[in-house]
Design a protein around this ligand. Structure first.
Ligand SMILES: Nc1ncnc2c1ncn2[C@@H]1O[C@H](COP(=O)(O)OP(=O)(O)OP(=O)(O)O)[C@@H](O)[C@H]1O
Length: 750
């Protein structure tokens, strides 16, 4: 019974290697008589003095009684427990990848994937005595470049900055290490339990030695030795090595070097992890100078001139990485860490006006230590660590799905845009469709899957199932129980001396028949059971996948919702703007109409007012009245003169008694006619007098020239005239005024 067979893809995006972890306590492992992960011996003949590595492993259910379910997984190569760090370095094609980076500028990627505690960090970063892939790669790189390495100076830094496609901040290693050491608390740093200083596998054996610039003596492990390897470089060219590091933590990209460089920041051990979570992630995108390839923009890159400098930078960055103690691993990685080694060489670039400018270009080798999958119940985590584990598991599930699909064939669309991790790992694996990308070559990628054969069966099976290049699934036939029983019975009989009665034989025959039936039944049930178990496992996997798909769909839905909301918002704003515009136009129109209407009204009013002004001609009237006054004054003067000539002794008394004279004196005291109401009334009275005079004249000459207004005035002034002619009270008042006038007045005028 064969099921779920997966054939290997001809050209997978990732070459997948399996590395098995040796048991931490071998004596305990020996007691385990029931291995469930078996490495199939290699069938291809190997040449003498060459190492052979198998490519298949078989996984069978761990319980003896049910050992019927067998799965076979194929990988590019399988490294058994005894494989060394150097074996992994040599046989995973790491040297070839570095060669492509160095010679052709093609990007490379080496990553580890596995259950927590299965040896990912050990493979990438090594142990106290053994170097990992990162150290061996850096050593080989610097050895190969040799004297062609260009040391950092200000000219180089500005040239590198100008030609960097990822908008990076570039520093020399000396500046970076000096700055990050400037907090001066060496004792604290060196004595701190560093994030990479795992209980059993610290990366280097001399953490206590401070990496102060003054102490330049190398204290890093030198084994395994890679000096026998070398990559050919262009001897006429100069090379620059830039190291950058970042982690994907809670689905965000965080620079591991910028915080330590910006330095007086507390070390990882003292900084609250929740606070770090707040830091904004860096973008992974195409930039202006990199239209064909996505890059993490804004990283801090350090120019390293030697292996030791690069190691110091690496150590600084590792301090910033998020780790935590879980139920599965004392110092478990809580983030996916990316170590990027960029090699640049100088090339002549034809710029504007045919000027040739030197620029630095090259490729990047990314070495990635992924966080491990873990079962929540095994991990015994809570709070933030539990949330981290959730994010890790989701991102690894997406990665598993992508790897699974790459082995399903070229037609499958790999859903790598579902999370940051898969985007980072897969984005640059495909040929670019951009028109600028004529020279762009997709990266070379290697995935090293680590597994602990004495660890968790289900978790390991899941990882193998996702990552294997091919899978074969079958249920094996079980041995006949009847034959076993009969064999046992005959053995017992042999022990009784070999004598058998006919009844015994019949009984034996019946028993055998019954037993055979029972056994057949049992076998049938057992097979059914196995089939059900297999189905259950398949369903379980489907459930996990469905959950992942549901989660991805939910995220997609949220994105879509967000997009729809934004579109609606933009549309609404447009409508609002249009409506505002419409209202503004209507308002303007109405305003113009109103103004025109008001102008018209004002025009009419103005015309009317002008008519009245013209009709009444107030000023002209005043002038006319003044003239009349003048003539009256003249008459008065004449009368006074006449009085003076008539009786000089009575002049003073008689003069003051004259009501006319009193009025004239009063008028003289209040010279300002316009502002003085009394004078105004006097004028009115004068005018009345004038009117009367005129009327008397009019009586003589007719009244046809007097306007209706003047006529009304005349009517109203009849009473005034009566008052003026009413002595004696009015006369008394006038007398007072007359006296004052005489004190102040001009004898020649009024
Ligand atoms: N090949 C190996 N040889 C010797 N020891 C190993 C090997 N692989 C792993 N180990 C040991 O197993 C322990 C766990 O390994 P490691 O920390 O590398 O696991 P991990 O997969 O990175 O875990 P996590 O995902 O939690 O970070 C280490 O202490 C290490 O010493």
């Amino acid at each position: 019974m064969d099921k779920s067979t997966k054939t290997p893809s001809k050209d997978p995006l990732f070459q997948v290697y399996l590395r098995l972890r040796p048991p931490i306590q071998p004596q305990l492992a020996k007691q385990k008589s029931d291995p469930w992960l078996i490495v199939e011996p290699t069938t291809t003949p190997v040449e003498e003095n060459t190492k052979s590595f198998p490519s298949h492993v078989t996984l069978q259910t761990p319980r003896d009684s049910n050992r019927r379910w067998i799965e076979q997984f194929s990988f590019t190569k399988v490294f058994e427990e005894v494989a060394s760090q150097l074996d992994v370095f040599e046989e995973t094609g790491s040297i070839d990848i570095l060669k492509s980076v160095l010679q052709t500028g093609k990007d490379g990627l080496i990553a580890t994937l596995g259950v927590t505690g299965s040896g990912k960090s050990h493979t990438i970063l090594g142990s106290e005595s053994q170097r990992g892939l990162t150290q061996m790669t850096l050593d080989l790189l610097f050895t190969s470049i040799g004297d062609n390495i260009r040391r950092a100076d200000s000219t180089l830094l500005s040239a590198l900055k100008a030609s960097d496609v990822s908008e990076a901040k570039i520093l020399s290693a000396a500046t970076f290490l000096d700055t990050s050491n400037s907090d001066g608390d060496w004792a604290e740093i060196s004595n701190a339990r560093l994030p990479f200083s795992r209980a059993q596998t610290p990366m280097m054996d001399s953490y206590a030695a401070p990496d102060h610039p003054a102490s330049r003596q190398s204290t890093f492990p030198r084994q395994p030795d890679v000096s026998s390897y070398s990559i050919e470089v262009d001897p006429t060219n100069e090379y620059v090595v830039l190291v950058s590091m970042y982690q994907v933590y809670m689905n965000d990209i965080k620079d591991l070097l910028s915080s330590s460089a910006s330095s007086n920041a507390p070390t990882m051990s003292t900084r609250p992890r929740a606070a770090q979570q707040q830091k904004k992630g860096l973008p992974f995108k195409n930039t202006k100078m990199s239209p064909d390839r996505k890059v993490v923009a804004g990283l801090q890159k350090i120019v390293c001139g030697s292996y030791d400098e690069a190691m110091r930078v690496l150590r600084r960055g590792l301090k910033e990485r998020n780790t935590a103690s879980t139920g599965s691993n004392n110092v478990s990685s809580r983030s996916h860490a990316f170590f990027c080694i960029e090699v640049k060489k100088k090339i002549a670039m034809r710029g504007h006006a045919d000027s040739v400018t030197p620029a630095w270009t090259g490729g990047t080798l990314s070495i990635i230590d992924l966080a491990g999958t873990e079962r929540m119940d095994n991990a015994k985590t809570t709070g933030l660590t539990l949330a981290e584990a959730g994010k890790i598991n989701v991102s690894l599930m997406h990665l598993g799905r992508c790897l699974e699909m790459q082995s399903e064939g070229s037609k499958a669309v790999i859903p790598f845009r579902r999370c940051k991790l898969t985007e980072l790992l897969f984005s640059n694996s495909f040929p670019s469709s951009s028109s600028h990308a004529a020279t762009y070559r997709p990266q070379k990628a290697v995935m090293i899957v680590t597994a602990d054969p004495s660890g968790d069966f289900n978790a390991t099976r899941h990882i193998l199932k996702c990552s294997a290049l091919a899978r074969d699934f079958k249920v094996s036939r079980i041995a006949s129980t009847t034959s076993t029983i009969l064999r046992t019975t005959s053995v017992c009989k042999g022990a009784n001396g070999g004598r058998t009665s006919p009844q015994d034989m019949i009984n034996s025959y019946l028993t055998a028949q019954e037993l055979e039936q029972a056994t057949n039944e049992a076998t049938r049930f057992a097979e059914k059971c196995v089939a059900l178990e297999v189905r259950l496992a398949e369903e379980e996997m489907k459930r996990v996948e469905a959950e992942a798909a549901a989660e991805a769909a939910e995220e997609q839905l949220m994105d879509m919702e967000q997009q729809v909301r934004e579109e609606c918002w933009i549309e609404m704003e447009q409508h609002l703007e249009e409506e505002k515009e419409r209202w503004r136009d209507a308002w303007e129109q109405e305003k113009t109409q109103n103004e025109a209407f008001m102008d018209g009204k004002l025009g009419i009013l103005e015309k009317t007012t002008q008519f009245h002004i013209h009709e009444d001609a107030a000023e002209a009237r005043v002038e006319e009245l003044e003239r009349e006054n003048e003539s009256l004054r003249a008459k008065l003067r004449a009368l006074e003169q006449e009085l003076q000539t008539r009786s000089p002794t009575k002049r003073s008394r008689g003069g003051s008694k004259s009501p006319v004279k009193g009025i004239i004196l009063q008028e003289t005291a209040n010279i300002n006619i316009a502002t003085n109401p009394f004078l105004a009334s006097l004028k009115a009275r004068d005018s009345d007098l004038t009117i009367r005079a005129k009327s008397s004249e009019g009586d003589m000459h007719g009244t046809s020239e007097i306007s209706p207004r003047k006529q009304s005035l005349r009517r109203s002034n009849v009473s005034h005239a009566t008052v003026e002619e009413q002595p004696p009270t009015t006369v008394k008042k006038q007398r007072k005024l007359t006296t004052r006038k005489w004190d102040l007045g001009d004898p020649n005028g009024f």
